[in-house]
Write a protein that binds this ligand. Structure first.
Ligand SMILES: Cc1ncc(COP(=O)(O)O)c(C=O)c1O
Length: 408
């Protein structure tokens, strides 16, 4: 077989199949209770609403346009609908500030391409969304740990980036119910981040994939909303807001969006022209059809189902997890993050868990840019019912309890 390594670009060396994704493929077995997926529950998709949407498109005079090429910025009525939603979130903007992507994952790829030259530094939380690391890796950056507590000076970030031969370009974070921790950055943390970004003169990428999924507690304004309130106009801001319909309507249609100042949007449009011309025309029209008619009731429906599952998981963790373990208490989203005693290995535990307890989860290490966090686990409650959650956490608690006892 040909040796491709010297023909491939250097950036390809950082494109590796995640060992976890490979492992998770084995876990689709029906006998396993899985908290691994982190995907929406297909039983909650608004399938009837989509059936009507596509039927309307195909039976009306829109069908030609729906099957045709369309503009790179995105379908105008969808951007108009989003403008109204942004306004409700405290983000006044024009439709020109809104750009439609093929899922928010594409936005992460484009933003990596737009900002990162090889050796530049991206600031990310430890842990962060694995898909963001995969998207950014292709642009050969270094990573530094984004601290939201204000315990690092701008100079320390700058010095570290220079030592690595580049500059700090952006801070990426999921501020609401993050994947993987489920945690939310409070208003003070967001304000500290805005100040840090100002001092470093970098962009902020606000990944809002889970923002609509708040089950309790007070909503915190988006970082972009706080910045607009301070500066008076979106055109003065450095925050790039990345949103998605994947967690609210359906991920399979691949429709996401970016809201930002015009200089950023103009570049993204050019990148889209080069990459895939535009997002699927018909899917954008179908999303618009469903969003305009059903968005609030659909979000209420999934919030009610997921919050009951979140409650069941927190209750079961309380009941079954042994002393020495801690976990987050998310106010929304799909994830709980468990920290095991120091020295325990989540990947080893997963192998044993699948074999003996038939329970799956994601070991936390892959979410850390520095590959630390071996003693952490991500549990997703989105696709299991309450009875399965109780049983699965009971088994996990038994396994972890046994492992702690064996190590003592
Ligand atoms: C934090 C976060 N951002 C972005 C995405 C990508 O979502 P999509 O490309 O479906 O919009 C995900 C998917 O799991 C996610 O968890």
């Amino acid at each position: 077989m040909l040796n491709w390594d010297h023909i491939f670009a250097t950036r390809s060396s950082r494109m590796r199949a995640s060992e976890i994704r490979e492992l998770l493929k084995l876990l689709e077995r029906p006998d396993i209770i899985s908290f691994a997926g982190g995907i929406p529950d297909p039983a909650l998709f608004p399938d009837e609403a989509f059936k009507t949407a596509y039927a309307d498109i195909f039976s009306g005079d829109q069908v030609g346009a729906a099957l045709q090429y369309s503009v790179s910025e995105g379908y105008k009525p969808l951007r108009e609908w989003l403008r109204g939603e942004m306004e409700k979130l405290g983000i006044p903007c024009t439709i020109d500030n809104i750009f439609i992507t093929s899922g928010s994952q594409q936005a992460l790829d484009y933003l990596g391409k737009l900002f990162l030259s090889p050796k530049d530094t991206a600031l990310v939380t430890w842990p962060t969304y694995l898909g963001a690391l995969q998207a950014f890796n292709a642009y050969e950056p270094n990573y530094d740990q984004l601290s939201l507590s204000g315990n690092r000076t701008p100079e320390s970030y700058k010095a570290a980036a220079e030592k690595n031969g580049g500059a700090v370009k952006f801070a990426y974070l999921s501020a609401d119910f993050a994947n993987p921790t489920g945690e939310t950055v409070d208003r003070a943390g967001r304000e500290r981040l805005l100040k840090l970004a100002e001092e470093l003169d970098i962009a902020i990428i606000e990944d809002a994939a889970y923002q609509s999924l708040r089950y309790d507690g007070e909503p915190v304004p988006p970082i972009l909303a706080l910045e607009i309130a301070e500066k008076g106009s979106i055109e003065e801001t450095r925050t790039i807001y990345s949103g998605s319909f994947s967690k609210t309507l359906a991920p399979g249609l691949r429709v996401g969006f970016v809201v930002a100042a015009m200089p950023v949007i103009r570049k993204l449009v050019l990148m889209k022209q080069a990459a895939d011309l535009h997002s699927s025309t018909i899917n954008q029209i179908a999303i618009t059809h469903v969003a305009e008619r059903h968005f609030p009731e659909q979000v209420a429906k999934i919030k009610s189902a997921y919050s009951a599952r979140r409650d069941a998981m927190l209750k079961a963790l309380e009941k079954y997890m042994p002393a020495g373990t801690t976990w987050t208490k998310p106010e929304g989203g799909m994830f709980v993050w468990v920290t095991l005693p120091e020295g325990m290995d989540g990947a080893e535990l997963l192998a044993r868990s699948v074999e003996t307890e038939k329970v799956a989860f994601v070991p936390g290490q892959a979410f850390f840019a520095d590959r630390s966090g071996t003693n952490t686990l991500r549990l997703s409650f989105s696709c299991a019912n309450e009875a399965m959650i109780d049983e699965g956490i009971k088994r996990l608690g038994r396994l972890v309890g046994g492992a702690i006892a064996a190590a003592a």
